[in-house]
Design a protein around this ligand. Structure first.
Ligand code: TAP
Length: 474
C-alpha cells in the first residue's frame, strides 16, 4: 500500500484515501508496469499532483487485449448464474466501499462530495446489481445469448465511475471481457475499481484497465482482436472512432455530446421548474452530456422565471468539493476551463448578456461561477455548441410549435426537459422532440432500468435497461 494522502481543506469532511504515489496498468488480474511514459493526475480543486499513472502504449494495449481474449474462453462459457455471483459481489463491495470511492472521485474529478456520495456511487452499485440480475436471464432479453468477445471501452472524465459501470456491468453480464480506458484526467477510481475486481476474485483478464491519453484509446479501437467498441465522449472523437472501425466487423456504440433544451411552459410550477433548471445545468458543474444547457422559457413567464432563477443561483455554494455543503465544485481541468471561458467570451462578443452568480472563487484550482446568458439567439455559438460547463443559454418562445422547432434546432439529440401542468402537452412534446431521453417535470434523473442514448450527432446505441444488453450480445 502507498502513502496515505490526507486531504484537509474541509475539516468536517476530512477523509483519508489511500492514493499511491504511482500506478501501473491492470492487466490479466494484476497491476503491471507500462512500457510507455507516465503522466500526472491532479486535483482540479487545488492543482496538486495526486499520483503518476502509466500511459499504455500499443504494446500494453495488445497485452491487455490478449489477456481479455484468454479470459473470454472461460468467462463466456460460465453459466450466467455463476457470472451473476461475481457481479453481485462487485456491487456489494462498491456499496461497502462507497465512502472511499466517493471521496476519491471528488478529489480526482472536482465534483461535490454530495453528488459523488448520493448520486454517482449509489447508481454505480445499482448498475452492477441490476445487470447481475440479467446474467442468467439473457434468453428473455430477446437479443440472442452469445457474447461478442472482447469489448474495448473508452470513457470520459465527467462521470468516471458511473461511465465505467454503464459499460462494464452489461458487458460482463453478457459474457464479454473488457479492456477499459478511463480519461487521462480521472484515472484513479477506475484503478480502485481494479482493486475491487481483485477483492471480488473476478477471474484474471475479465476486466483490464489501460490508463493513458487519446493515443491509448486509439490503439485500443484499432486493435484487430477487439470485437466491440463502446465509446462515451465528444462527437469529434466519436466520428474518428467510427472512421477507424469502418470496414471491419467490430460492433460500435457511441454516446456523444448534447445541447439539451429544458422547456418551461407558463402553466409550470415555477419554483419547481427553477430547481429543475438549476439541477439541469449546474449539477456536476455542467459537465454533463445531457445537461439542460438551453433554457427555453415561454415569453409570458420569462421575467418571473429569470428573476427567481437568479435569486436561486445566488445561493449556490461554489468551492471545496469535499465540503458537504458545496453545490458546485471545480472545473475538471485547465483545458476545460479555457474552453468554458472562451465560449462565454464569444457569447458576450456575439451580443448576449452575461450574468454570473456573485460568489468568491478559490485562489487555486480551476473554477467558473454559475452563469447565464440572456438575449441569446439561435445563431449564437453558445446556443449551438456544447460548453460542458456551468453556463446556461436562455431563449424564449410563444407557442409549443415554436418550442419544438427551437429545441430540435441542434445537431445533437440526447435529452430534453418539459415543464408543464398538462399531461397531454407532455406527451405531445415527448413525441415531437428528437431526443433520446425526455424528462417531464424533472431533469437529470438516472436509473439502471432506463435506456439512455442519443439521436443525430449524439451517437447511436443505448446503454441501461434491457436495451443495454443488445449492445453486448450476438
Ligand atoms: P473526449 O475528449 O472525446 O474523450 C473521451 C475519451 O476518449 C477519453 O478517454 C479520451 O482519452 C479518449 N480519446 C481521446 N481521443 C481518442 C481517440 N482518437 N481515439 C480513442 N479514444 C480517444 O471527451 P471528454 O472531453 O473526455 O468528455 C466530454 C464529452 O463526452 C462531451 O462531449 C460529453 O457530452 C460527452 N459525454 C457523453 C455522454 C453520453 S452518455 N452521451 C456521457 C458523458 C459524456 P483522454 O482523456 O486521455 O484524452
Amino acid at each position: 500500500m502507498g502513502t496515505p494522502f490526507e486531504y484537509a481543506p474541509a475539516p468536517e469532511s476530512r477523509s483519508v484515501v489511500d492514493i499511491k504515489p504511482s500506478y501501473g496498468l491492470f492487466v490479466g488480474g494484476e497491476f503491471v508496469d507500462g512500457h510507455g511514459k507516465a503522466f500526472k493526475t491532479v486535483n482540479p480543486a487545488t492543482e496538486e499532483v495526486l499520483a503518476e499513472v502509466a500511459e499504455a502504449d500499443e504494446h500494453d494495449v495488445d497485452h491487455a487485449v490478449k489477456a481479455a481474449r484468454r479470459a473470454h474462453r472461460t468467462w463466456s462459457r460460465m453459466p450466467g448464474a455463476e457470472r451473476a455471483k461475481y457481479l453481485y459481489r462487485i456491487a456489494r463491495i462498491i456499496a461497502e466501499r462507497s465512502r472511499e470511492l466517493a471521496v476519491l472521485e471528488s478529489i480526482d474529478n472536482g465534483k461535490p462530495i454530495k453528488e459523488s456520495r448520493d448520486v454517482d456511487v449509489p447508481i454505480v452499485s445499482a448498475h452492477f446489481f441490476y445487470y447481475a440480475g440479467w446474467a442468467d436471464k439473457l434468453k428473455y432479453a430477446g437479443y440472442g445469448e452469445q457474447s461478442l468477445g472482447v469489448a474495448a471501452q473508452i470513457i470520459p472524465w465527467n462521470f468516471p465511475l458511473l461511465m465505467l459501470a454503464w459499460k462494464v456491468a452489461p458487458a460482463l453480464a453478457c459474457g464479454n471481457t473488457v479492456v477499459l480506458k478511463p480519461a487521462e484526467t480521472t484515472p484513479l477510481t477506475a484503478l480502485l475499481f481494479a482493486e475491487i475486481c481483485q477483492q471480488a476474485d473476478l477471474p484474471a483478464g475479465v476486466v483490464n484497465i489501460v490508463t493513458g491519453a487519446g493515443s491509448t484509446g486509439q490503439a485500443l479501437v484499432a486493435h484487430p482482436d477487439v470485437d466491440k467498441v463502446a465509446f462515451t465522449g465528444s462527437t469529434d472523437v466519436g466520428k474518428q472512432i467510427a472512421r477507424t472501425v469502418a470496414g471491419t466487423d467490430k460492433r460500435v456504440t457511441l454516446e456523444l455530446g448534447g445541447k439539451a433544451a429544458n422547456i418551461v411552459f407558463d402553466d409550470a410550477p415555477i419554483d419547481q421548474a427553477v430547481e429543475g433548471i438549476v439541477n439541469g445545468i449546474f449539477f456536476n458543474q455542467g459537465h454533463v452530456c445531457c445537461a439542460g444547457s438551453r433554457l427555453l422559457v415561454q415569453e409570458s413567464v420569462a421575467d418571473d422565471v429569470l428573476h427567481r432563477l437568479k435569486r436561486r443561483m445566488a445561493t449556490l455554494r461554489v468551492g471545496d468539493p469535499l465540503d458537504k455543503n458545496t453545490d458546485v465544485g471545480a472545473i475538471n481541468s485547465a483545458e476545460q476551463l479555457a474552453r468554458i471561458r472562451e465560449l462565454s467570451d464569444i457569447g458576450e462578443a456575439e451580443g448576449a448578456e452575461r450574468w454570473s452568480a456573485p460568489c468568491e472563487l478559490p485562489s487555486h484550482g480551476y473554477w467558473f461561477p454559475p452563469t447565464l446568458f440572456t438575449d441569446v439567439t439561435q445563431a449564437h455559438r453558445i446556443a449551438r455548441e456544447e460548453i460542458f460547463g456551468p453556463v446556461l443559454s436562455v431563449l424564449t418562445f410563444r407557442t409549443p410549435a415554436e418550442a419544438v422547432a427551437k429545441a430540435n434546432n441542434t445537431p445533437y439529440g440526447l435529452s430534453a426537459g418539459v415543464w408543464t401542468d398538462k399531461g397531454s402537452l407532455i406527451l405531445k412534446m415527448a413525441n415531437a422532440l428528437r431526443a433520446g431521453v425526455v424528462w417531464a417535470n424533472t431533469f437529470n434523473k438516472f436509473d439502471p432500468t432506463s435506456p439512455f442514448g442519443g439521436y443525430k450527432e449524439s451517437g447511436y446505441g443505448r446503454e441501461g435497461g434491457r436495451h443495454g444488453l443488445e449492445a453486448y450480445l450476438r
